[in-house]
Design a protein around this ligand. Sequence first.
Ligand code: CAA
Length: 260
Amino acid sequence: MSDSLIHSSINAGVLTLTITRPEALNALNAAVISELAEAIENAQTQPDIQVIILTGSGEKAFVAGADIKEFANFNAKQGKQLAQHGQDHLFNRIERSTKPVIAAINGFALGGGLELALACHVRIASENARMGLPEVSLGAIPGYGGTQRLPQVVGKGKAFEIILTAGMVNAADGLACGLVNQVVPLESLAEAADNMARKMMKNSPRALQTAIQAVLAGYEEGINGFEAEISCFGASFETEDFKEGTRAFIEKRKPQFPGK
Ligand code: CAA
C-alpha cells in the first residue's frame, strides 16, 4: 500500500486530490505541502485533466491548519521560511493553476486549511463545515495568504471579524458572506464538486485558463486589470478554441474544443 499523503484519482477529465492524514485532521505538514504542490504541478501538463478538486479524507476535516506540532519551536527566520515556502510552492501555484481548482470543504477548514480553500477558484462546503483563521489564538497570524485572500473574497470588514475573533464560521454563514459558493449535505459533496467541474468543462479550456489569468491580474501589484483583460480578450481570438466556439454557435451545434 502506498504511504502517500495525497490520494489522487482521475475520472473523465476531473482530478480529485484528497489530503489523507486523518490522524491529524489532514493538517498541512511539510510532506503534505510538498506532495500536494507536486500533484498540482503535474496536473498542469496532463492533457487528460481539465479540472482539479481538492478535498480532505474522512468526514470531519478538510484541513485543520498548518501542522502546529511541526512549527511550535520555530524561530522568526524559520517561521518566515515556512510561510514563504508554502505560499511560493503551493498556495500561489493553486491560484495560478491553468486549470480551475475547486475546494470541496468536508468539515473543519481552519488556518492553513481555509487558506488552502481560499487559494482555490471556487469553494463548495458540506453542511458540517466549520471555517476560520484561528492563528491569533496561537499568538501568530495567518501565513499562507489568509490576510490577503480572505478580504478579497468576503470584504475587509468581515475578514477582520473572522481573523480578529479567531472564531469559526459555519456553512450557512459562509454562504451568506460569500466565503463559499455553495453548501450541500456531506454525502452530496463529491457529486456537487463534480457537477461544478463538468459545467466548467463544457467551456473552452484555453478560455478558462485565460479567464483565471485575467481575474488574477487585477490583484497584482502594478498591473491594470482592465488592460490585462483587453490583452487577454484580444489574444483569445487567435486560439483554435475561439474559432471552434464561434463556428459551433453559427452552425447550431455543440463545440468540440481542441484546447488550443
Ligand atoms: N496541527 C497538528 N495537529 C493537529 C492540528 C493541527 N493544525 N489540528 C488537529 N490536530 C491533531 C490533534 O492534535 C489531535 O491529535 P492527537 O490525537 O495526536 O492529540 C488530532 O488532530 C485530532 O484533533 P482534536 O483531538 O483536537 O479534535 P477535536 O475534534 O477535539 O478538535 C479542532 C478539532 C477544533 C479542529 C482542533 O483539532 C483544533 O483546534 N485544531 C487546530 C486548529 C488551528 O489552530 N489551526 C491553525 C493552525 S496554524 C496555521 O494554519 C498557520 C498558518 O496559517 C500557516
